[in-house]
Design a protein around this ligand. Structure first.
Ligand code: F6P
Length: 547
């Protein structure tokens, strides 16, 4: 059953939050911390292995109470239950959004259209395990009889960002005798640079595409097939030994020349950006092995269970989602900086960009009415400490409010002298500096010349969350990703948008299909676009033909 709460701005808690914001907006973090010595421990929550310190947000206990009331008025508990029950909550595509089923226990029963989907999920998982063992042991050989040493995942969007993020994040656990690469961009450079030092006879391509129609992926897959077939003695039969597919589209996979026995399936109720724990994770399993992969799934499952059953006030994804709503809609923040203090998480911000912005970058409600409030903020970020020497200046002293999510670990996977303590000192210092700043009086008392005081003041009062876990294990990565998936869902429920469709990507795709033959000079007829596009096409044709 779909629940229809009142329009967002008419919900009593929203109105109360608007008034509350006016009443507390002059309060700053210095004052809030001074008034409550326990704030730093009180405003925190923990789930699985992840500790969340949210005390450095511009909130009071009343803010939290009202945000939690807003969640109730938005029917968040019912919407969570509907998602886990396999209801068709992706209204515009008439589909369930059941990524949580992908990591449910093997004995769970989750129904879509009256059919328990768990046995099929487990069967694909078992097939992935058997396949990855054959590759990793060397039992699977290429067309010349050599073992596979290179894995190349071809995919884009959710069929790339999740796999590459997870591979980088869990590299510490990976088999270093296997080279893993990822090709996503239709720019031929991506393909050529990825394969330039690889031997086709030792290379396995995973063509990862839910639809098996995505232009970039199919172009790269065709180039990969050509590259393989141009190697000595390779015949079309080699394709079956060097290509596997992860897709929902068996017909097109077979037409490509991939043996359906080497296709790993998933289902239309798994959205691309929510698909990391489907067979889309095959490259991750090949890299880290089935045991670590299953540990990652268990981490996801732990956060799923927490999201489903923990009280809202102690529910990590709910808290993170509600704080994003507060910062976006009441404090006027336009972005969220995601700042992992762990080099292995270097692709995590890019992964989150698709997860959050393709999900909640919407301007109409589920019922199709225009919203009168902001929806998804822009997510961006870089690992610390690198960002500190780049864009942190703007966060500390610029004119914009930029809430930050810091992610840090108690133990380094790469132990190296004092490095980890230095890394951690920096993340703690940044959160502290952002929250409390440095007043003119403090700057003056440090002996700063009067002319420089204004330049050296740090206004502080910048909100941040800090997520802390023991170490970046496969289970913790699973928890972290599920935490953000469910935070994004929480935001969508408050904003009443469908976070599971992505119609906004269609127009550009369709126009590119029209323009392509015009660039290839296949269409000589008069160009019928706007004057700018026509002019650019003509210029491109000239540049292309230029000596
Ligand atoms: O560009 C939109 C999109 O549909 C994403 O949602 C998706 O993750 C990506 O393209 C790739 O799609 P596919 O897996 O079907 O190739």
């Amino acid at each position: 059953m779909q629940t229809t709460p009142k329009p967002l701005t008419q919900r009593p808690a929203w109105k109360a939050l608007t008034a509350h914001h006016k009443a507390i907006k002059a309060l700053d973090l210095r004052t809030l911390f001074a008034a409550d010595p326990q704030r730093g421990t009180r405003l925190s929550a923990e789930a699985g292995g992840i500790f969340l310190d949210y005390s450095k947000n511009r909130i009071t206990d009343d803010t939290l109470t009202l945000l939690l009331a807003l969640a109730e008025e938005s029917a968040l508990p019912a919407r969570i239950a509907a998602m886990f029950a396999g209801e068709k909550i992706n209204l515009t595509e008439d589909r369930a959004a059941l990524h949580v089923a992908l990591r449910a226990p093997a004995n769970a029963a989750i129904f879509v259209d009256g059919k328990n989907v768990v046995p099929a999920i487990q069967a694909v998982l078992d097939k992935m395990v058997a396949f990855s063992e054959r590759i990793r042991s060397g039992a699977w050989t290429g067309y010349t009889g050599r073992r596979i040493r290179n894995i190349v995942n071809i995919g884009i969007g959710g069929s790339d960002l999740g796999p590459v993020m997870a591979y980088e994040a869990l590299k510490h656990y990976s088999d270093r005798s296997l080279t893993c690469r990822f090709i996503s961009n239709v720019d031929g450079t991506d393909f050529l640079e990825a394969v330039h030092d690889l031997n086709p006879a030792e290379t396995l391509f995973i063509v990862a595409s839910k639809t098996f129609t995505t232009q970039e992926t199919m172009t790269n897959a065709a180039s990969a097939r050509d590259w393989l077939l141009s190697s000595p003695r390779a015949t079309p039969r080699a394709v079956a030994k060097h290509f596997v597919a992860v897709s929902t589209n068996q017909e097109l996979v077979t037409a490509f020349g991939i043996d359906p026995a080497n296709m790993f399936g998933f289902w239309d109720w798994v959205g691309g950006r929510y698909s990391l724990t489907s067979a889309i994770g095959l490259s991750t399993m090949l890299a880290i092995g089935a045991t670590h992969y299953r540990a990652m799934l268990a981490g996801f499952q732990e956060m799923d269970a927490h999201f489903r059953s923990a009280p809202l006030a102690r529910n990590l994804p709910v808290l993170l989602g509600l704080l994003t709503v507060w910062n976006t809609n009441f404090l006027g923040a336009e972005t969220v900086a995601v700042l992992p203090y762990d080099q292995y998480l270097k692709r995590f911000p890019a992964y989150l960009q698709q997860l959050a912005m393709e999900s909640n970058g919407k301007r109409v409600t589920r019922a199709g009415r225009s919203v009168s409030y902001q929806t998804s903020p822009v997510y961006w970020g870089e690992p610390g400490t690198n960002g500190q020497h780049s864009f942190y200046q703007l966060i500390h002293q610029g004119t914009r409010l930029i809430p930050c999510d810091f992610i840090a670990f108690g133990q380094a996977l790469s132990q190296l002298g004092p490095h980890h303590d230095i890394l951690m000192a920096n993340v703690l210092a940044q959160a502290q500096a952002l929250a409390f700043g440095k007043t003119p009086a403090e700057v003056r008392s440090a002996g700063t010349p009067a002319a420089l005081v204004a330049h050296r003041v740090f206004p502080g009062n910048s909100p941040s969350n800090l997520l802390l876990a023991r170490a970046l294990t496969p289970a913790v990565l699973g928890q972290l990703v599920a935490l953000y998936e469910h935070s994004v869902f929480t935001q969508s429920v408050i904003w009443d948008v469908n976070c599971f469709d992505q119609w906004g990507v269609e127009l550009g795709k369709a126009l590119a299909q029209q323009i392509l033959p015009e660039l290839q000079n296949k269409i000589a007829s008069k160009l019928k676009h706007d004057s700018s596009t026509n002019n650019l096409i003509r210029r491109y044709r000239k540049l292309k033909a230029a000596p």
